[in-house]
Ligand binder design. Structure first.
Ligand code: ATP
Length: 330
Protein backbone atom coordinates (compact mmCIF):
# COMPACT_ATOMS: atom_id res chain seq x y z
CA UNK A 1 0.00 0.00 0.00
CA UNK A 2 1.13 3.52 -0.72
CA UNK A 3 1.64 5.89 2.18
CA UNK A 4 -0.46 9.03 2.60
CA UNK A 5 0.25 11.79 5.07
CA UNK A 6 -2.18 14.32 6.52
CA UNK A 7 -1.09 17.18 8.77
CA UNK A 8 -3.63 18.55 11.20
CA UNK A 9 -3.21 22.08 12.49
CA UNK A 10 -4.36 22.42 16.08
CA UNK A 11 -6.52 25.48 15.55
CA UNK A 12 -9.12 24.99 18.27
CA UNK A 13 -12.79 24.21 17.99
CA UNK A 14 -13.66 22.27 14.85
CA UNK A 15 -16.73 23.29 12.88
CA UNK A 16 -18.84 21.43 10.36
CA UNK A 17 -17.02 23.16 7.49
CA UNK A 18 -13.85 21.45 8.73
CA UNK A 19 -15.77 18.19 9.10
CA UNK A 20 -17.02 17.98 5.52
CA UNK A 21 -14.19 19.91 3.88
CA UNK A 22 -11.20 18.35 5.62
CA UNK A 23 -11.84 15.62 8.19
CA UNK A 24 -14.20 13.30 6.28
CA UNK A 25 -12.17 13.31 3.02
CA UNK A 26 -8.95 12.80 4.97
CA UNK A 27 -10.34 9.85 6.91
CA UNK A 28 -11.47 8.20 3.70
CA UNK A 29 -7.83 7.96 2.60
CA UNK A 30 -7.38 5.12 5.08
CA UNK A 31 -9.35 2.85 2.75
CA UNK A 32 -6.84 3.16 -0.07
CA UNK A 33 -3.61 4.09 1.65
CA UNK A 34 -1.41 3.25 4.57
CA UNK A 35 -2.65 6.51 6.10
CA UNK A 36 -0.76 8.57 8.63
CA UNK A 37 -2.06 11.62 10.48
CA UNK A 38 -0.20 13.98 12.73
CA UNK A 39 -0.96 17.01 14.83
CA UNK A 40 1.27 19.79 13.56
CA UNK A 41 1.85 21.50 16.89
CA UNK A 42 5.22 23.02 16.04
CA UNK A 43 3.70 24.65 12.98
CA UNK A 44 1.18 26.20 15.33
CA UNK A 45 3.88 27.67 17.54
CA UNK A 46 4.60 30.25 14.85
CA UNK A 47 1.32 31.93 15.71
CA UNK A 48 0.06 30.52 19.03
CA UNK A 49 2.20 31.83 21.90
CA UNK A 50 -0.17 31.21 24.80
CA UNK A 51 0.54 27.83 26.48
CA UNK A 52 -3.02 27.28 27.71
CA UNK A 53 -4.41 27.95 24.26
CA UNK A 54 -1.83 25.64 22.68
CA UNK A 55 -2.58 22.80 25.07
CA UNK A 56 -6.34 23.13 24.70
CA UNK A 57 -6.10 23.28 20.91
CA UNK A 58 -4.00 20.12 20.75
CA UNK A 59 -6.34 18.16 22.99
CA UNK A 60 -9.49 19.34 21.27
CA UNK A 61 -8.26 18.68 17.79
CA UNK A 62 -6.96 15.22 18.73
CA UNK A 63 -10.22 14.31 20.45
CA UNK A 64 -12.15 15.83 17.55
CA UNK A 65 -10.51 13.66 14.91
CA UNK A 66 -10.85 10.55 17.06
CA UNK A 67 -14.53 11.33 17.63
CA UNK A 68 -15.01 11.84 13.90
CA UNK A 69 -13.82 8.30 13.27
CA UNK A 70 -10.01 8.25 13.12
CA UNK A 71 -9.11 4.73 14.22
CA UNK A 72 -5.71 4.83 15.96
CA UNK A 73 -5.40 1.05 15.64
CA UNK A 74 -5.67 1.10 11.86
CA UNK A 75 -3.72 4.27 11.10
CA UNK A 76 -0.70 5.95 12.67
CA UNK A 77 -1.72 9.05 14.64
CA UNK A 78 0.97 11.07 16.39
CA UNK A 79 2.06 14.48 17.49
CA UNK A 80 4.78 16.14 15.45
CA UNK A 81 6.41 17.41 18.64
CA UNK A 82 6.91 13.89 19.97
CA UNK A 83 9.13 12.87 17.05
CA UNK A 84 12.47 14.68 17.62
CA UNK A 85 13.85 13.14 14.42
CA UNK A 86 11.62 15.49 12.43
CA UNK A 87 13.57 18.43 13.80
CA UNK A 88 16.92 16.81 13.13
CA UNK A 89 15.82 16.16 9.57
CA UNK A 90 14.73 19.81 9.30
CA UNK A 91 18.30 20.89 10.09
CA UNK A 92 19.61 18.45 7.52
CA UNK A 93 17.20 19.73 4.87
CA UNK A 94 18.14 23.35 5.62
CA UNK A 95 21.61 22.71 4.18
CA UNK A 96 20.01 21.71 0.88
CA UNK A 97 17.35 24.42 0.72
CA UNK A 98 18.08 27.49 -1.35
CA UNK A 99 17.20 30.70 0.48
CA UNK A 100 15.62 31.96 -2.72
CA UNK A 101 13.20 29.04 -2.61
CA UNK A 102 11.86 30.26 0.75
CA UNK A 103 11.59 33.81 -0.60
CA UNK A 104 9.16 32.46 -3.17
CA UNK A 105 6.86 30.64 -0.74
CA UNK A 106 3.28 31.92 -1.05
CA UNK A 107 2.59 32.22 2.67
CA UNK A 108 5.75 34.25 3.27
CA UNK A 109 5.17 36.39 0.18
CA UNK A 110 1.61 37.12 1.26
CA UNK A 111 2.80 38.23 4.69
CA UNK A 112 5.43 40.52 3.15
CA UNK A 113 2.87 41.93 0.74
CA UNK A 114 0.51 42.59 3.61
CA UNK A 115 3.26 44.39 5.54
CA UNK A 116 4.29 46.49 2.58
CA UNK A 117 0.74 47.75 2.26
CA UNK A 118 0.42 48.57 5.95
CA UNK A 119 3.85 49.67 7.16
CA UNK A 120 7.30 50.20 5.74
CA UNK A 121 9.04 47.15 7.27
CA UNK A 122 8.35 44.20 4.91
CA UNK A 123 9.44 41.69 7.58
CA UNK A 124 7.46 43.12 10.49
CA UNK A 125 5.99 40.38 12.66
CA UNK A 126 7.40 37.57 10.48
CA UNK A 127 9.40 35.03 12.47
CA UNK A 128 11.87 32.50 11.08
CA UNK A 129 9.31 29.80 11.79
CA UNK A 130 6.98 31.25 9.18
CA UNK A 131 9.86 31.91 6.80
CA UNK A 132 11.19 28.33 7.01
CA UNK A 133 7.75 26.72 7.34
CA UNK A 134 8.15 24.84 4.02
CA UNK A 135 11.33 23.14 5.30
CA UNK A 136 9.62 21.80 8.39
CA UNK A 137 6.73 20.66 6.23
CA UNK A 138 9.18 18.93 3.89
CA UNK A 139 10.66 17.14 6.92
CA UNK A 140 7.17 16.06 8.03
CA UNK A 141 6.60 14.54 4.61
CA UNK A 142 10.02 13.09 3.79
CA UNK A 143 10.71 11.49 7.14
CA UNK A 144 7.88 8.97 6.69
CA UNK A 145 8.59 8.07 3.05
CA UNK A 146 5.21 9.52 2.09
CA UNK A 147 3.98 8.77 -1.43
CA UNK A 148 0.98 11.04 -1.42
CA UNK A 149 0.19 14.26 0.39
CA UNK A 150 -3.44 15.33 -0.01
CA UNK A 151 -3.56 19.12 0.06
CA UNK A 152 -5.64 22.09 -0.99
CA UNK A 153 -4.43 24.10 -3.97
CA UNK A 154 -2.66 26.62 -1.74
CA UNK A 155 -0.39 23.91 -0.34
CA UNK A 156 0.76 22.34 -3.61
CA UNK A 157 3.74 24.66 -3.78
CA UNK A 158 4.96 23.41 -0.42
CA UNK A 159 4.87 19.80 -1.58
CA UNK A 160 6.82 20.83 -4.68
CA UNK A 161 9.42 22.38 -2.42
CA UNK A 162 9.69 19.09 -0.55
CA UNK A 163 10.29 17.41 -3.93
CA UNK A 164 13.01 19.95 -4.81
CA UNK A 165 14.81 19.52 -1.51
CA UNK A 166 14.63 15.71 -1.63
CA UNK A 167 15.93 15.68 -5.19
CA UNK A 168 18.86 17.92 -4.22
CA UNK A 169 19.81 15.44 -1.49
CA UNK A 170 19.40 12.34 -3.67
CA UNK A 171 21.44 14.02 -6.38
CA UNK A 172 24.26 15.05 -4.08
CA UNK A 173 24.70 11.59 -2.53
CA UNK A 174 23.91 9.80 -5.80
CA UNK A 175 21.43 7.60 -4.00
CA UNK A 176 17.65 7.26 -3.64
CA UNK A 177 17.80 8.31 0.02
CA UNK A 178 14.46 10.08 0.14
CA UNK A 179 11.22 9.15 -1.57
CA UNK A 180 9.86 11.89 -3.84
CA UNK A 181 6.31 12.69 -2.65
CA UNK A 182 3.38 13.65 -4.85
CA UNK A 183 0.70 16.19 -4.00
CA UNK A 184 -2.85 15.00 -4.51
CA UNK A 185 -5.15 17.96 -4.94
CA UNK A 186 -8.54 17.88 -3.31
CA UNK A 187 -10.73 19.79 -5.71
CA UNK A 188 -14.25 18.52 -5.34
CA UNK A 189 -14.88 19.31 -1.68
CA UNK A 190 -17.90 21.54 -1.47
CA UNK A 191 -17.71 24.77 0.48
CA UNK A 192 -19.95 24.54 3.53
CA UNK A 193 -21.97 27.74 4.05
CA UNK A 194 -22.04 29.41 7.46
CA UNK A 195 -24.90 30.95 9.42
CA UNK A 196 -24.77 34.13 7.33
CA UNK A 197 -24.49 32.39 3.95
CA UNK A 198 -20.79 33.14 3.47
CA UNK A 199 -18.24 30.31 3.65
CA UNK A 200 -18.27 28.85 7.15
CA UNK A 201 -15.08 30.08 8.75
CA UNK A 202 -13.75 30.90 12.20
CA UNK A 203 -12.64 34.29 10.84
CA UNK A 204 -16.24 35.14 9.92
CA UNK A 205 -17.63 34.05 13.24
CA UNK A 206 -20.43 32.20 11.44
CA UNK A 207 -19.64 28.61 12.37
CA UNK A 208 -21.56 25.69 13.77
CA UNK A 209 -19.05 23.86 15.98
CA UNK A 210 -19.09 20.08 15.55
CA UNK A 211 -19.62 19.23 19.18
CA UNK A 212 -21.97 21.91 20.55
CA UNK A 213 -24.55 20.65 23.02
CA UNK A 214 -27.97 19.97 21.54
CA UNK A 215 -29.63 23.08 22.95
CA UNK A 216 -26.97 25.36 21.56
CA UNK A 217 -27.08 23.59 18.23
CA UNK A 218 -30.77 24.41 17.95
CA UNK A 219 -30.12 28.04 18.92
CA UNK A 220 -27.41 28.39 16.28
CA UNK A 221 -29.61 26.92 13.59
CA UNK A 222 -32.41 29.32 14.52
CA UNK A 223 -29.91 32.16 13.95
CA UNK A 224 -29.35 31.23 10.29
CA UNK A 225 -30.03 34.29 8.17
CA UNK A 226 -33.04 33.99 5.82
CA UNK A 227 -34.86 36.27 3.39
CA UNK A 228 -38.34 37.69 3.99
CA UNK A 229 -40.30 35.10 1.98
CA UNK A 230 -43.49 34.20 3.81
CA UNK A 231 -44.67 30.74 4.80
CA UNK A 232 -46.89 30.25 1.75
CA UNK A 233 -44.40 31.31 -0.87
CA UNK A 234 -42.64 28.63 -2.90
CA UNK A 235 -38.91 28.62 -2.20
CA UNK A 236 -35.86 27.61 -4.18
CA UNK A 237 -34.12 25.00 -1.99
CA UNK A 238 -30.72 25.39 -3.68
CA UNK A 239 -30.74 29.12 -2.94
CA UNK A 240 -31.08 28.59 0.80
CA UNK A 241 -28.14 27.77 3.05
CA UNK A 242 -30.60 25.93 5.30
CA UNK A 243 -31.21 23.41 2.54
CA UNK A 244 -27.54 23.29 1.51
CA UNK A 245 -26.66 22.34 5.08
CA UNK A 246 -29.58 19.90 5.20
CA UNK A 247 -28.22 18.08 2.16
CA UNK A 248 -24.98 17.31 3.99
CA UNK A 249 -26.81 15.42 6.72
CA UNK A 250 -29.93 13.97 5.08
CA UNK A 251 -30.46 10.80 3.05
CA UNK A 252 -31.26 11.12 -0.65
CA UNK A 253 -34.95 10.44 -0.02
CA UNK A 254 -35.12 13.05 2.72
CA UNK A 255 -33.43 15.58 0.45
CA UNK A 256 -35.88 15.02 -2.40
CA UNK A 257 -38.90 15.07 -0.12
CA UNK A 258 -37.89 18.31 1.54
CA UNK A 259 -36.91 19.98 -1.75
CA UNK A 260 -40.41 19.25 -2.95
CA UNK A 261 -41.91 20.96 0.10
CA UNK A 262 -39.69 24.02 -0.43
CA UNK A 263 -40.91 24.32 -4.02
CA UNK A 264 -44.58 23.78 -3.21
CA UNK A 265 -44.75 26.56 -0.66
CA UNK A 266 -46.51 26.25 2.68
CA UNK A 267 -43.32 25.64 4.63
CA UNK A 268 -41.81 28.57 6.50
CA UNK A 269 -38.17 29.10 7.43
CA UNK A 270 -38.85 28.11 11.02
CA UNK A 271 -39.98 24.68 9.96
CA UNK A 272 -37.11 24.33 7.50
CA UNK A 273 -34.76 25.03 10.39
CA UNK A 274 -36.45 22.42 12.57
CA UNK A 275 -35.94 19.84 9.83
CA UNK A 276 -32.29 20.83 9.58
CA UNK A 277 -31.85 20.54 13.32
CA UNK A 278 -33.37 17.07 13.30
CA UNK A 279 -30.98 15.54 10.74
CA UNK A 280 -27.98 17.43 12.00
CA UNK A 281 -28.50 16.41 15.59
CA UNK A 282 -29.03 12.82 14.46
CA UNK A 283 -25.56 12.65 12.89
CA UNK A 284 -23.73 14.82 15.40
CA UNK A 285 -25.04 13.27 18.63
CA UNK A 286 -22.87 10.13 18.54
CA UNK A 287 -19.85 12.25 17.58
CA UNK A 288 -20.53 14.67 20.41
CA UNK A 289 -20.85 11.81 22.90
CA UNK A 290 -17.59 10.27 21.75
CA UNK A 291 -15.87 13.64 21.90
CA UNK A 292 -17.03 14.23 25.48
CA UNK A 293 -15.86 10.79 26.46
CA UNK A 294 -12.40 11.22 24.94
CA UNK A 295 -11.79 14.79 26.07
CA UNK A 296 -12.67 13.93 29.67
CA UNK A 297 -10.21 11.02 29.80
CA UNK A 298 -6.79 12.66 29.55
CA UNK A 299 -4.90 9.47 30.36
CA UNK A 300 -6.59 7.58 27.56
CA UNK A 301 -5.95 10.37 25.06
CA UNK A 302 -2.29 10.56 26.05
CA UNK A 303 -2.04 6.80 25.77
CA UNK A 304 -3.42 6.84 22.22
CA UNK A 305 -0.95 9.51 21.18
CA UNK A 306 1.93 7.76 22.93
CA UNK A 307 1.10 4.58 21.05
CA UNK A 308 1.19 6.52 17.78
CA UNK A 309 4.59 7.91 18.68
CA UNK A 310 5.83 4.41 19.41
CA UNK A 311 4.86 3.30 15.92
CA UNK A 312 6.07 6.43 14.12
CA UNK A 313 9.47 6.95 15.72
CA UNK A 314 11.31 3.90 14.38
CA UNK A 315 10.32 4.91 10.84
CA UNK A 316 11.58 8.44 11.45
CA UNK A 317 14.77 7.21 13.09
CA UNK A 318 15.55 4.98 10.10
CA UNK A 319 15.29 7.91 7.69
CA UNK A 320 17.58 10.09 9.78
CA UNK A 321 20.11 7.25 10.24
CA UNK A 322 20.16 6.68 6.49
CA UNK A 323 20.92 10.34 5.83
CA UNK A 324 23.55 10.66 8.55
CA UNK A 325 25.36 7.66 7.17
CA UNK A 326 25.26 8.99 3.61
CA UNK A 327 26.49 12.40 4.77
CA UNK A 328 29.41 11.04 6.75
CA UNK A 329 27.88 12.12 10.05
CA UNK A 330 28.12 8.72 11.70
P1 ATP B 1 -9.68 30.44 9.55
O1 ATP B 1 -10.89 31.32 9.43
O2 ATP B 1 -8.88 30.65 10.81
O3 ATP B 1 -8.87 30.34 8.29
P2 ATP B 1 -11.37 28.20 9.02
O4 ATP B 1 -12.54 28.13 9.91
O5 ATP B 1 -11.60 28.78 7.64
O6 ATP B 1 -10.23 28.96 9.78
P3 ATP B 1 -9.24 26.38 8.55
O7 ATP B 1 -8.57 26.06 9.82
O8 ATP B 1 -8.63 27.40 7.65
O9 ATP B 1 -10.77 26.77 8.85
O10 ATP B 1 -9.49 25.06 7.68
C1 ATP B 1 -9.14 23.77 8.05
C2 ATP B 1 -9.62 22.84 6.97
O11 ATP B 1 -11.04 22.86 6.87
C3 ATP B 1 -9.12 23.19 5.57
O12 ATP B 1 -8.81 22.00 4.89
C4 ATP B 1 -10.29 23.88 4.93
O13 ATP B 1 -10.30 23.73 3.52
C5 ATP B 1 -11.47 23.19 5.56
N1 ATP B 1 -12.62 24.11 5.63
C6 ATP B 1 -12.72 25.17 6.46
N2 ATP B 1 -13.90 25.80 6.29
C7 ATP B 1 -14.58 25.11 5.32
C8 ATP B 1 -15.86 25.27 4.69
N3 ATP B 1 -16.70 26.24 5.05
N4 ATP B 1 -16.22 24.38 3.75
C9 ATP B 1 -15.38 23.37 3.38
N5 ATP B 1 -14.17 23.17 3.94
C10 ATP B 1 -13.75 24.02 4.90
Amino acid sequence: KKISLTGIKPTGILHIGNYFGAIKPALELAREYDARYFIADYHSLNTVKDPKEMETNIREVAAGWLAAGLDPEKVIFYRQSSIPEIFELTTFLMAFTAKGLMNRAHAYKAAVQDNTEKENDPDAGINMGLYTYPVLMAADILIFDSDVVPVGKDQVQHVEMAQDIAQAINFNYKKELLKIPEASIQEDVAVVPGLDGRKMSKSYNNTIPMFVPEKQLRKLIMRIVTNSQGVDEPKDPEASQIYLLYKLFATKEEQDALAKRYREGGMGWGEAKEELFRVMNRELTPLRNRFEEIISDTDKLNEILARGTERARPIAAATVARLRKAAGIG
